[in-house]
Design a protein around this ligand. Structure first.
Ligand code: NI
Length: 175
């Protein structure tokens, strides 16, 4: 297992549409194990494969951040079947450390995804889980949470990141 570097905004890989996984190979199993370890170490409640530089439709979610065994959801080729309701709350992202903003998200969602064993499963998420599922599936379509903000707020975040890049305080690929 390995902790992988988490790419930061505006790394170009974060903006690409991830490709469908055709087969769960040993490489993909290893990627998923590393992603879970990386998410827990960060610590974070979700991580998408493009955040570690792999353009495949794979994400992991664990609202317990490793505290409760069995809480990890592995989402391969996930897609949203249903979104309903709306709830605004603070949201952040491991690719934008230090930045949080209020984002409106559905408060209930139903998704379909393949698990590590190749089984297609339907999962229902409410509240924070609905937020996490939507956030991670957004990643797999090349979208970060800041795209849900007003253009003004988004521009302010971009400027703050650019300032930190100029100061040498923000690496797109942290060591
Ligand atoms: Ni994120």
């Amino acid at each position: 297992m390995a902790i992988l570097p988490i790419l930061r905004y505006p790394h170009e890989v974060l903006a690409i549409e991830a490709e469908t996984v055709r087969e769960i190979t040993p490489d993909i199993e290893r990627l998923i194990r590393d992603m879970i370890e990386t998410m827990h170490a960060a610590p974070g409640v979700g991580l998408a494969a493009n955040q570690v530089g792999v353009g495949l439709q794979v994400a992991v979610v664990d609202l317990s951040v490793g505290e409760k065994p069995g809480e990890v959801h592995v989402l391969i080729n996930p897609r949203i079947l249903e979104n309903s309701g709306s709830h605004a709350d603070e949201e952040g992202c491991l690719s934008l450390p230090g930045f949080t903003e209020r984002v409106a998200r559905p408060d209930r969602c139903v998704i379909e995804a393949m698990d590590l064993h190749g089984q297609i499963r339907t999962l229902e998420g409410r509240d924070l889980m609905a937020r996490a599922f939507n956030h991670e599936i957004d990643h797999l379509h090349g979208r970060l949470f800041i795209e849900h903000l007003s253009p003004l707020k988004r521009r302010l975040i971009k400027k703050r990141v650019q300032k930190r890049m100029r100061a040498g305080d923000w690496d797109l690929v942290p060591a």
